[in-house]
Design a binder for this molecule. Structure first.
Ligand code: PXP
Length: 242
């Protein structure tokens, strides 16, 4: 059965541009509201340990301003857990975080980090926050998500997005199989990272995938077609593929 497909727009890189000059422009919250007007079903923001884009004040303003769900991406640290419990976003997606990386490289090792993740997942769930784990399309990681009691996994599409030819096709098969395995075990599969107009269709066509989270490409493309234009076109491509 094909589930409806939601689009979560990641606004981190509006904040990246703002922070380049240290002022208040462009405002990521204004971008979030425009994204919703253009068809985003939710907004995603990653509060990194180094605050390189989204800041604590952005999370507070987003929570106050949004009428759609906020998905807060966060590392499994006590600091981020405290912030999530303070603001209580609709969802929290736990991601691996390395200080030197340019973006989230690779999925969370939910199997290897099981003992660290267990209390974080439990505390978020107890607060009514929908927990998602950003993992590679791998049966071992899905098994860990099941054991951790996570209701959602977000499948990392970064490798798929960067590969070509048969290697990309093989990665797509892994993502397709992982989505089916997650859904069979009562976990809602999402997907994201590196998605563009050119590569979104095969991921959007996976019937169990319920949400795509897309950021960098949409914000970059907004330079050429405006933010509303880039989001509307992504929405159209997703709907066409479904
Ligand atoms: N999903 C997760 C968990 C992410 O960490 C990111 C990047 O912040 C995205 C989706 C969006 O990736 P991109 O910016 O490449 O579209």
């Amino acid at each position: 059965m094909t589930t409806p497909l939601r689009l979560g727009v990641n606004i981190d890189h509006v904040a990246t541009i703002r922070n380049a000059r240290g002022g208040e422009h462009p405002d990521p919250v204004k971008a979030a509201l425009l994204a919703v007007k253009a068809g985003a079903d939710g907004i995603t923001a990653h509060l990194r340990e180094d605050r390189r884009h989204i800041r604590d004040a952005d999370v507070a303003t987003l929570m106050a301003a949004l009428t759609v769900p906020l998905n807060l991406e966060m590392a499994a640290t006590q600091e981020m857990l405290d912030i999530a419990l303070r603001y209580k976003p609709h969802a929290a997606c736990i991601v691996p975080e390395k200080r030197e990386e340019r973006t989230t490289e690779g999925g969370l090792d939910a199997a290897g980090q099981f003992d660290v993740l267990k209390p974080v997942v439990a505390a978020l769930a107890d607060a009514g926050i929908r927990v998602s784990l950003f993992i590679e399309a791998d049966a071992l990681q899905i098994d860990a998500a099941i054991r951790l009691g996570a209701p959602v996994v977000e499948l990392h599409t970064g490798a798929y997005a960067h590969l070509t030819g048969e290697a990309r096709a093989a990665e797509l098969r892994k993502i397709t199989d992982a989505a089916a395995l997650a859904a069979k075990n009562g976990i809602e599969p999402h997907a994201g990272h590196g998605l563009t107009f050119d590569n979104v269709a095969p991921i959007a066509a996976i019937p169990q995938v319920a949400e795509l989270n897309i950021g960098h490409f949409l914000i970059g493309e907004a330079i050429f077609g405006g933010l509303e234009g880039s989001i509307r076109e992504m929405r159209r491509q997703m709907d066409l593929a479904r």
